[in-house]
Design a protein around this ligand. Structure first.
Ligand code: KIV
Ligand code: ZN
Length: 566
């Protein structure tokens, strides 16, 4: 009988800490629901002391996601622990996770404490946490660079104080499988009472060994593994959930361990995370990368055609990748789309299906063949997690070897349409400037990426952006067969997140984060100045310009409408 390994998912905490992966409350909730569907045992929802946003997100996950254990991270201070507890106390199965560093490097340089003080901090934190809940995890940060005798002392004291899970992190991804296995064995041999707690491991991937180290630790006796979807996390990331789970599944002949993970939900979790964070999965990523099941070399293709197992150690279906690829076309109805999406693992409620269908028809008009990847992109594109304060009504851009490029943008906001024109090095830059003019936000583009979600010249392009609005980073994503359109809508997605946050912040913070009135005024001036100067007028078919006042445009249905210039 295989032994059960507890899968502790920290995508929403350690994963979220990685650059460009921060998630807002709705995004965390969406991901948490998928982690629930995936079947992980523990969802670490965040670090409530880190920010008010994080507190609210952890709280929301704790209230809504009822099956898995919901963990919250806290340092060893009373404030941290009590705040973490307030965030998760309404969970069906809450866990407090407290940690302190045990390596001399961290103790001396980061904490500026002594070993004995650290030991006391660990004990007091665990005792306090145990006074609040019966499920307490203690982590010895930087355990693999800690003096092993001291590590054993701290772990023994934490168990004695009531920790029910002891986690041994390889915080900086420094260890190797043989060494890590030895640490795990020594702890079991030397720490009295360790069998009263679950022994856990948490490996970072700085040397690319996170999964190998985790598997070695399990073979040495660890019974909980901490990991993240797509391996996201600090620096080079954490051990990847899908690689660990599939290692146990594929090599069950020599790794007699089972997990509660529904492997067929893996791909969906991977796609959802990448859609939320805008961090694309590298093509050669094990298990979930685009090429993970692609066979290029003739010899390989020949082998796979004759017998799949020649070059495939697991099937795409086993991780939820559907291979029935060619699907719907422009004559397919809403019902067929709904059924196909449900088959792909996206059963949509009626309003979402209506939105997806409208987008599907638009895309089917431009694209002959619609593949599964296209449909998934359409679904994610339609998952608008923020109200569309600004909605793209029209975008016209010019591009080419003649510089500058120009863009005219019409946005709908608060029931009115506003137009701006701008120039830029390319059509995307021009469109972004025009959008800034209307919204009054000045976004600094930190990251921009684009990828074709399927094949062919008419493939859908999926754009992800990370945009800084006055010190805060927002991600945006959109998909379209027109990459400038996708770029503009991805940017607006980020703008709408910023705009929503601005509305919920208190007045003082709003004033400093987003000087909207002033910015809007300045933007209006800029817009007018640019329109007066811009040669773009000639490139706007059907438009009658009236700089400085409402302007008449001929819309797509041939109606003349008044547009207000910002
Ligand atoms: O890497 C680490 O040490 C951690 C702990 C807080 C568990 O993330
Ligand atoms: Zn970590």
């Amino acid at each position: 009988m295989p032994e059960r390994i507890i899968i502790f998912d920290t995508t929403l905490r350690d994963g979220e800490q990685s650059p460009g992966c921060s998630m807002n409350l709705e995004e965390k909730l969406r991901m948490a629901r998928q982690l629930d569907a995936l079947g992980v045992d523990v969802v670490e929802a965040g670090f409530p002391m880190a920010s008010e946003d994080d507190f609210r997100a952890v709280h929301a996950v704790a209230r809504e996601v009822r099956r898995p254990v919901i963990a919250a991270l806290a340092r060893t201070t009373r404030d941290d622990i009590e705040r973490a507890w307030r965030a998760i106390e309404s969970a069906a199965r809450p866990r407090l996770h407290t940690f302190v560093a045990t390596s001399d490097l961290h103790i001396q340089h980061k904490l500026r404490r002594t070993r004995d003080e650290v030991l006391d901090m660990a004990v007091e934190a665990v005792r306090l946490a145990r006074s609040l809940t019966g499920d307490v995890e203690f982590s010895a940060e930087d355990a693999t660079r800690s003096d092993l005798d001291f590590l054993c002392r701290v772990v023994a004291a934490a168990v004695e104080a009531g920790a029910t899970t002891i986690n041994i992190p390889d915080t900086v991804g420094y260890t190797v499988p043989s060494e890590f296995a030895r640490i795990i064995r020594v702890l079991q041999e030397r720490v009295p009472g360790i069998r009263n707690a679950v022994l856990s491991v948490h490996c970072h991937n700085d040397l690319g060994l996170a999964v190998a180290n985790s598997v070695a630790a399990v073979e040495a006796g660890a019974r909980q593994v901490e990991c993240t979807v797509n391996g996201i996390g600090e620096r080079a990331g954490n051990a990847s959930l899908e690689e660990i789970v599939m290692s146990f599944y594929v090599r069950r002949d020599i790794l007699p361990y089972s997990t509660s993970v529904a492997t067929t939900e893996i791909y969906k979790a991977s796609q959802l995370l990448s859609s939320i964070t805008g961090m694309h999965v590298q093509a050669n990523k094990a298990v979930v990368g685009k090429n993970a099941f692609a066979h290029e070399a003739g010899i390989h293709q020949d082998g796979v055609l004759k017998e799949r197992r020649t070059y495939e150690i697991m099937t795409p279906e086993s991780v939820g990748i559907k291979t029935n690829r060619l699907v719907l076309g422009k004559h397919s109805g809403r019902h067929a789309l709904g059924k196909k999406l449900a088959d792909l693992g996206y059963p949509l409620p009626r309003p979402d299906l209506d939105r997806a269908y409208a987008r599907f028809i638009e895309i089917a008009d431009q694209k002959k063949e619609i593949f599964d990847e296209d449909l998934i992109a359409i679904v994610h594109d339609g998952m608008r997690d923020v109200p569309e304060t600004f909605r793209l009504k029209m975008l016209q851009a010019t591009a080419g070897s003649q510089k500058p490029s120009t863009a005219t943008v019409i946005l709908e906001t608060e029931g009115r349409e506003k137009v701006a024109c701008a120039v830029g090095d390319g059509p995307v830059a021009a469109a972004y400037t025009a959008i800034d003019q209307i919204t009054g936000f000045r976004g600094r583009l930190l990251d921009y990426s684009i990828r074709a979600v399927s094949r062919g010249r008419d493939a859908i392009g999926e754009v992800s952006v990370h945009v800084d609005f006055d010190g805060r980073t927002f991600t945006g994503k959109a998909a379209s067969t027109d990459v400038v359109d996708a770029s503009a809508r991805a940017y607006l997605h980020a703008v709408n997140k910023g705009s929503r946050l601005a509305r919920t912040l208190d007045a003082a913070e709003t004033a400093s984060a987003l000087p909207r009135a002033a910015a809007a005024g300045m933007a209006a001036d800029r817009a007018r100045a640019e329109i007066q100067a811009a040669p773009a007028k000639e490139t706007q078919p059907g438009r009658e310009d009236a700089v400085g006042g409402p302007m008449r445009v001929v819309d797509s249905e041939g109606l003349i409408r008044l547009i207000h210039l910002v």
